[in-house]
Design a protein. Structure first.
Length: 205
């Protein structure tokens, strides 16, 4: 069981890393970031606005979910049979996705882990955003005024998380790649100074 979980975690990280490399190409001309790394041994790149959004989202989500279910119960009778099934399915999927998304976002942003943060961002962009927009603009689902207000607040949070999350991941990727390259140069300098590094010697007969 532990081996299976380890393999799944490794596969997830590799997939998210590959996707991140494509969506967030590294800008090698970030001299300001290089100078910050040179001045300090460690620079925190946790994005404060994104963390605040995730924090407030965690508190607002239960209120939004319970309020939406109460309203769904109130308008259950006038709803078409098809929309009853669709709305129930949407709320179930949204509930599961939101828990996973917020957990990955919290973990990735606070611990500066790019795969987790990228996974949270992709869930937000590809699943959460379409679902909340569908709940907001689909008038056939009989959207009540209070329900629309709930969805508008959630939509604003989600859209801001998509925008700020993109720049947060981009900055984190640039920082970590730059730090990695600088660490390689530092290791080489330490080897040269210790005298334990010898350049390649070519022997001639």
């Amino acid at each position: 069981m532990d081996a299976t979980l380890t393999r799944m975690d490794t596969t997830f990280r590799r997939t998210m890393t590959s996707v991140t490399d494509i969506l967030f190409p590294v800008n090698k001309e970030k001299e300001e970031i290089r100078q910050q790394i040179l001045r300090k041994n460690h620079e925190y790149v946790t994005n404060l606005p994104l963390q605040m959004l995730l924090y407030f989202n965690c508190f607002y989500f239960p209120f939004w979910f319970i309020g939406s279910l109460v309203i769904l119960d109130l308008k259950w009778q006038p709803l078409d049979e098809l929309y009853r099934i669709v709305l129930v399915a949407i709320y179930i999927v949204y509930f599961i996705i939101e828990i996973v998304r917020l957990y990955l976002g919290y973990l990735g942003n606070l611990m500066e882990r790019v795969p987790e943060l990228a996974g949270s961002w992709l869930l937000t962009l590809l699943l959460t955003t379409p679902l909340i927009l569908l709940l907001l603009i689909n008038d056939n689902a009989i959207v009540l005024p209070f329900e629309r207000a709930l969805h508008i607040i959630m939509t604003i949070m989600v859209i801001l998380e998509v925008i700020i999350g993109y720049f947060a991941i981009r900055a984190m990727v640039n920082y970590q790649v730059t730090k990695y390259h600088l660490q390689q140069f530092t290791d080489l300098e330490n080897i040269d100074q210790s005298g334990s590094y010898f350049p390649e010697t070519r022997y001639t007969s």
